[in-house]
Write a protein that binds this ligand. Sequence first.
Ligand SMILES: [Zn+2]
Length: 420
Amino acid sequence: MPFCGKQAMEILEKLAFTRCAGTPEEEKAAEIICEEVKTLGLEPQIEEFDVLTYADDEAWVEVLQPYEAQYQCSALGLSGSTPDEGIVAPLRYVETGQPEYLNHIAGKIILASQGGGFKAYEKAKKEGALGRIFIGQAGRDTPNVALNRCIRDRLGTLPTAYIKYEHALEMIKREASEVRLHVHQKEYWSKSRNVIAEIAGTHEPEEVIVIGAHYDSVYRNQGAHDNGAGSATIAELARYFAQNPPRRTLRFIWFGSEEMGLMGSWAHVEKQRNGLEKYVFMVNVDVAGGIIGSNSASVMGSDKLVNYLDVMGNELSRDLRVNQSIYSGDCIPLGYENIPSVTFSRGGGGTSYIHAPGDTLEHIDAEHLELLGEIVLEFTRRIANAGTFPFPREIPERIKKDIRDYMERGGRKPEKHPNK
Ligand SMILES: [Zn+2]
């Protein structure tokens, strides 16, 4: 097979360090990708954009009544900071933290098992909560993720920490009634960047297929599955197509700042607005490489494409689970511009550690990078070289609605598309 898992693994090993949006480490990762691209004889381009990011984040919760304890937490990035001495307030456990549960929380700190999303945040702010504590997954470290930028821009900050499931359980069972919440972080504007490399089509150069993967990670995290592995996968595709020029143009994009709310791909569609009509399709790779796992394809496109992938999976004798649904990743901004996509992903197994310190190289090997990589390469080879593009450039109404709903949950106001 033309996809070499060993070479992809070597690239992944070079990228296995924290690469958080707008930091010097993210920039270093972009440089490593540029170097890889240059070894293929391609000229990388940098697409720079501004990003709001954060550093020096820390959080903890002290229980003051009816018992005393202190629990280490992680801060929700961009959620703001408490005063140095923290905030002391009554604690209220509000189940999933959805709007239905957010009554009588004025002057309180709320403890919730979920609570993400624009509506929950809006209600928590409106009702006068002073802070939020989100509960992590059982048996896992707390995640290091950021508040969606659009939610923050519209509603402002509300200091929020993630607590371990086991600690939250203890607080609920022992009826913790008064707590002190500490959330500290430094926010600042910085630069982030997408890395772009193009291989011109031999026959249909005006038809451009985007091959995307985000290369940033969250804090305290090697971002091995998510998405060093996807970045290495598309680098390996670039190697193949540099040696085997495709009929259609392939534009490889390693997106920055995805974990900060898809900032790289939103920036890309803005900056390339005049060239988007050339984009016929996007192949996205997000989360890959797990030794234990299963391959999936999330289709934001036509029924024809779903069938095509099903048939191809059978032809290759690969278990590829094809679903027609949105994927929370860089395919969303392109989907909003009516560019259909498929996101290849390898979930299960060690991917339950993603967005937390456990997303490390130890879960990944060359053989399993190759397992998904071969599927991605074969699919891309077929659509890039087909005489006629094999499925329509369209997204079904149902998926379009899901994209708009997704954007609303994330606080982004979907505006009417200028072409409709
Ligand atoms: Zn990801």
